[in-house]
Ligand binder design. Structure first.
Ligand SMILES: [Fe+2]
Ligand SMILES: [Fe+2]
Length: 178
């Protein structure tokens, strides 16, 4: 059993192999390092004003998406889809926590409160695609204009994760027969 740690979310993964994606935040395997190599001060960053604003936008985006997916997960008529979106809600909540940590802010209090969503899986999945496209595009833009290396690393990695979620929506959409 190895002690592995994700440079993006900071969570520790216990396993024998480096996973393809961080099970907590979805970052790709190149961001997962032996735990002793994880710098203790990784999130101690001096933020430029634009970076602070971008983190605040990101916290709000992840808060909204977490709650949207919790809403989808509440629809138990389809257990494969509801468990998939429950997991996705946890990934987005992890992103929210990460952005809060970097901004030095408290996590939103309603992060575990499901949003009201449609009863129609296909409509919700279509909405998810829009949300993930927006997230991926915004984070790419935030990474490009970041002056701090750590902030750029995080936005780059999370932008890729959000693109992966668009692919996931493709899978769930065909599973649901949309
Ligand atoms: Fe992670
Ligand atoms: Fe996402």
């Amino acid at each position: 059993m190895k002690m592995l740690r994700c440079r993006i979310c900071g969570e520790t993964y216990l396993g024998t192999e480096v996973p393809s994606h961080c099970p907590f935040c979805g970052a790709h395997r190149e961001h997962i390092v032996p735990a002793p190599e994880y710098p203790a001060d990784i999130n101690e960053v001096q933020l430029a004003e634009v970076e602070r604003g971008d983190l605040e936008t990101s916290i709000e985006l992840e808060r909204s998406n977490t709650r949207f997916y919790l809403g989808m997960a509440q629809h138990k008529d389809e257990h494969v889809l509801s468990s998939t979106y429950k997991r996705l809600a946890k990934v987005e909540a992890e992103h929210c926590e990460l952005f809060c940590k970097l901004a030095g802010l408290e996590e939103p209090e309603d992060l575990d409160v499901p949003e009201e969503v449609s009863d129609d899986w296909c409509a919700n999945i279509a909405e998810s695609v829009k949300r993930e496209q927006r997230a991926s595009r915004l984070y790419r833009q935030f990474a490009e204009r970041a002056t701090n290396e750590r902030i750029r690393e995080v936005f780059d990695a999370v932008s890729v994760v959000e693109s992966d979620h668009i692919e996931l929506d493709g899978e769930t959409s065909s599973y649901a027969g949309c």
